[in-house]
Design a protein around this ligand. Sequence first.
Ligand code: SF4
Length: 270
Amino acid sequence: MKLQQTIESDLNKLFIFELRDGHRIEAVHYRDDTLCVSTQVGCPVICSFCSSGKRGLIRNLSTEEIFEQYRIVSSLLHVRRIAVAGIGEPLSNWENVKSAFWLFKKDSLKVSFYTSGYPLERLSELIDLPHSGVTVSLHFLLDEKRIRFMPRSGSSRDLLEFLKRKVCFLTRKKRSKISLGYILFKGINDSEEDLRLLTEWALQLGVSVTLLRYNETGGFLPADDERYEHFFRYMRRRGVKVTLSTRFRRDKIGGCGTLVVNREEAEVTI
Ligand code: SF4
């Protein structure tokens, strides 16, 4: 695996790696100390709002290929944290991701994850690891919407019921590291009913909410600023801990859902 290209904005640095078989994957260095790594070439979950999964799964990355992204970048830049949040669904390449996790820990790194949550047995194992955060990308409260927009994931109801059973066994500290990820899409999941349900679930589970702004990749519109702020204030008032998308995650390069497989070099102009 070799570093093929880097693309820089004011906030982030995108690294494009070429793998031995010619496929390319991406990792992003942001917030001065964090590296977001990929776990697969493509993604089997094929969320309709995400560029990373547009072409489905091409193949899993090996443990070495996951770790190598860190090894190469850390020879150039300071890295203290790993976000397993790049291209791919970590739970669908679980054995390799788990082995890479322990290699990262050996290097004293803090490791956090983003996952769409299935299979649930693996989510359970992931939550039990000594991670620094697991954001479960829920995005839709109603099954019909989740299945429509995240067709290869699974029901929101089953996911939430699973989390309800799981968090009972977690210490308060461990529970505070679990978050429900929610991208606000205009006219799709930003209604008052969505807000009420999301708030109720977060309170019931005792977990935080990560409200994400949609980085436009086509076909959807981000919710208006007022809606985003309304969601934030409503949940805060009711005692839910809410984290917002940072400017790093909304950047043109390296924003959530914008990493792609085999990017054309001309595609990004900063
Ligand atoms: S949002 Fe995550 S799970 Fe969905 S297609 Fe993109 S990389 Fe895969």
